[in-house]
Design a protein around this ligand. Structure first.
Ligand code: KG4
Ligand code: ZN
Length: 341
């Protein structure tokens, strides 16, 4: 069955056509970077208006690129939560309108659960059950996934999400929005052992993260107030690329250690790493390295990543999980509300 997936929870207008929850026929993402860049971050009102402007064109293009017409679509899936309320409403309302006009079943998809599911859309997906880290701009959560529709949160961040920390540290480094990928690019040329930034909860048996401390440590370091720069002027404290690389290493360390700890606690030697931050090449490298060394249930841990096009926000993962909701009879009513949190 072909599902049309629609995603507008934040600053990407996205639509995709996916067959049977796995084969991606098209995956169109229209970024709003140019609109938010002058403001240094996502402006909710601008995001909603931009979604309204392009949603129809993005859906049309997803159908065209897939080479199908609406008559061939078997169901519509749209992100219903969590996200910016005005932004969510645009995609969800578009989905409802198509479902109503064409007499199609509607699925209301949880965006974070769709990130968990995105790992299953890789050419080499993890078998169930798997432990899944979702590290995005809004969420940092470790799940145990039993099936597409049955997951349990094992732990989460106690303050900032990992992507949020990347974005905030990027601002401190004078990088423009979107900060995460720009900081990661700067970090690639830096020395990741230059500064030892804090890693929270590494030896704590509970699965939890904290990224506000490392962000503050970057601020103090840049001000030359952490002693590392000897009280020197900010510019002399360290090269910006070294700060970026050392910051990234601290965040990556915490994500890798706590996720592998969760896998060990669950006795599951399969880990998936999803969400926007999983686009970080250093994160992927460190996960591969540490997983090889780890032993869970007598085996090395296998790490799975979604295809890169499915790491940041996209409609394909929404269509993917939407297929399973519809197959299980979990059709949403047209009164389904958008829920921000
Ligand atoms: O999953 P996503 O597209 O949206 C949310 O659901 O939040 O994740 C976006 C987040 C942003 O915070 C962005 O800075 C971060 O992912 N991100 C990265 C990279 N690419 C995107 N963080 C680190 N390295 C990257 N290469
Ligand atoms: Zn996301």
């Amino acid at each position: 069955m072909l599902i049309l997936g629609i995603e507008t929870s934040c600053d990407e207008t996205a639509a995709a056509v996916v067959e049977d929850g796995g084969r991606v026929l098209s995956n169109v993402v229209r970024s709003q970077i140019d609109l938010h860049e002058p403001f240094g971050g996502v402006v909710p009102e601008i995001a909603c208006r931009a979604h309204v402007d392009v949603i129809t064109a993005v859906i049309d293009r997803a159908l065209t690129e897939a080479g199908v017409s609406l008559a061939e679509i078997g169901g519509v899936a749209a992100t219903a939560r969590p996200g910016l309320i005005g932004a969510l409403l645009v995609g969800l309302t578009a989905g409802k309108a198509i479902a109503l006009a064409r007499g199609l079943p509607l699925a209301g998809v949880d965006h974070v659960q769709a990130h968990v599911y995105s790992a299953r859309m890789a050419p080499d997906p993890p078998a169930y059950p798997y432990v899944c880290l979702v590290a995005s701009g809004g969420h940092t959560v470790v799940f145990r996934a039993e099936s597409p529709l049955a997951t349990a949160a094992l732990g989460a961040t106690t303050d900032d999400a990992a992507g949020e920390a990347f974005d905030k540290a990027a601002v401190l480094l004078g990088l423009s929005y979107p900060g995460g990928p720009r900081l990661a690019a700067l970090a690639a040329t830096g020395n990741r052992t230059a500064i030892r930034f804090p890693r929270a909860f590494l030896t704590d048996p509970r699965i939890r993260f904290s990224f506000s401390g490392v962000k503050t440590a970057v601020l103090y370091h840049l001000r030359g107030q952490d002693g590392a720069g000897g009280g020197a002027a900010p510019a002399a404290a360290a090269r910006r690329e070294d700060v970026a690389a050392s910051f990234q290493e601290a965040v990556v360390d915490a994500l890798v250690v706590k996720t592998l700890q969760a896998a060990a606690q669950q006795g599951i030697p399969r880990v998936a790493v999803t969400g926007g931050v999983s686009a970080s090449l250093r994160l992927r490298e460190r996960f591969e390295e540490e997983a090889r060394r780890a032993r869970v249930a007598g085996q090395a841990v296998r790490v799975h990543f979604p295809p890169r096009a499915l790491t940041t926000d996209n409609g394909a993962m929404i269509a993917g999980l939407g297929y399973h909701l519809l197959a299980a009879g979990q059709t949403a009513p047209l009164s389904l509300p958008a829920v921000p949190s």
